[in-house]
Design a protein around this ligand. Structure first.
Ligand code: PLP
Length: 403
């Protein structure tokens, strides 16, 4: 058999990946981009990344790293300067003064890898991991990659689908080992208050359940400048917590692939070991670029704030447009991130699920949205507002024609 020839008969993949699906959000956005490349008039509102270029001083630091030959392997957990800069940045934004140990930081190839390191290290066959709905599409897939079982928790619509212990009690069992939180949320934009996080951390501590807290949108928050973090809670209730964050969203660095986790040193060492046997270190020039971002001081803070304000303005614009042009369409008012999560019940035809609805809206109105099925809620869709105000206005106009 020559290279590239399809093997005869069906390929039977291992149980590790038997149920694995490609990331739906990427599949949809690939289709939308294809239509645009064919010259179709399509407004692509699928994408989950800031539409801003990476701030110039960060890019320059990456270029300088390449020029000066910082292009070799680094320690698996990242260059010590970056781990220290991240720890200091966590101290800077903490709600109350506390110390963050650089040895608890593991620099990863994107937040996604930090999440994978944690899920794969903490959960395995027989374990159940609670995932609140709507969830970021990757959580259940990674839990299944670890051969554990995702168990879905449902919060009330009136609370923007945020979960409370009352929603977790009925689904918790002796096998429950983890809870994956995401605040601000992709796709809903909901932000947990510190009291809400406290209640969940107390619940988890009582049951020895791990919390993996994905706070990658933490710096894109509209109620406060920085969303509350589980690590703002007292240490007695955060001993079984892994924080996942990164440079992708806050610094408009999605393609540089820099994320990190923060945890106890013992966990961090295990995450670094997983990484050392899979991908090794995150790209070294990217680490130097992220170093400029995380230790960038006032300059970096100002850049993040500039982008945060633009997102907030767009959020307000969209809320106004929904009230004016899409009356009666239910949505979660986003307090963070850059997504509008809205119900299709006023649009959908009988029997139409979120995928069929998205296909129709793409074909008929030229608007690319991500179906809610990707996030575990089939009667909703996600619209990103990482786009210009003109694009958002045009998209709502087109949607209003479909009402
Ligand atoms: N967590 C959430 C909630 C996300 O939306 C994303 C990216 O879309 C990530 C993690 C992963 O980020 P990264 O691109 O740094 O891997």
């Amino acid at each position: 058999m020559s290279v590239g020839t399809e093997p005869r008969g069906e390929v039977r993949f291992s149980e590790n990946v038997a149920a694995l699906q490609p990331s739906v959000t990427m599949v949809v956005s690939t289709r939308v981009r294809q239509l645009i490349a064919e010259g179709k008039d399509v407004l692509d509102l699928c994408v989950g990344e800031p539409d801003f270029p990476t701030p110039a001083f960060i890019g320059e630091a990456g270029i300088e790293a390449i020029r000066s030959g910082k292009t070799r392997y680094t320690p698996a957990a990242g260059i010590p300067e970056l781990r220290a800069a991240i720890a200091r940045d966590l101290e800077r934004i903490a709600a109350t003064p506390r110390r963050f140990d650089p040895h608890g930081v593991v620099v990863t190839s994107g937040g996604k890898q930090a999440l994978f390191n944690a899920v794969f290290s903490l959960f395995g066959p027989g374990d159940e991991v609670i995932v609140p709905v709507p969830y970021w599409t990757t959580y259940p897939e990674q839990v299944e990659l670890a051969r554990a079982r995702p168990v879905f928790a449902r919060g009330d619509a009136a609370r923007s689908y945020k979960v409370t212990p009352r929603n977790l009690d009925p689904i918790a069992t002796d096998a429950t080992k983890g809870l994956i939180l995401n605040s601000p949320s992709n796709p809903s934009g909901a932000v947990y208050t510190l009291d809400e996080l406290r209640a969940l951390a107390e619940w988890a501590t009582e049951r020895d359940v791990w919390i993996i807290s994905d706070e990658i949108y933490r710096k894109i928050c509209f109620a406060a400048h920085v969303a509350p973090s589980v690590l703002d809670l007292p240490e007695e209730i955060t001993q079984r917590v892994v924080l996942v964050d990164g440079a992708s969203k806050a610094f408009a660095m999605t393609g540089w692939r820099i994320g990190f986790s923060y945890s106890s040193k013992a966990l961090a060492d295990k995450f670094a070991a997983v990484q050392s046997q899979t991908t090794s270190n995150a790209s070294s020039p990217s680490q130097y670029a992220a170093l400029a971002a995380f230790q960038g001081g006032d300059h970096a803070v100002a850049e993040v704030e500039r982008m945060r304000q633009i997102f907030q303005k767009r959020r307000d614009l969209l809320a106004g447009l929904f009230a004016e042009k899409l009356p009666g369409v239910r949505y979660v008012h986003p307090d963070g991130a850059f997504y509008f999560w809205f119900s299709i019940d006023r649009f959908a035809r009988a029997g139409e699920d979120s995928s069929a609805f998205c296909e129709r809206i793409l074909d008929e109105q030229g608007v690319g949205l991500v179906p809610g099925s990707a996030f575990g809620q089939d009667d909703f869709v996600r619209m990103s507002f990482a786009y210009t105000e003109d694009t958002l206005r045009a998209a709502v106009d087109r949607l209003s024609r479909a009402l």
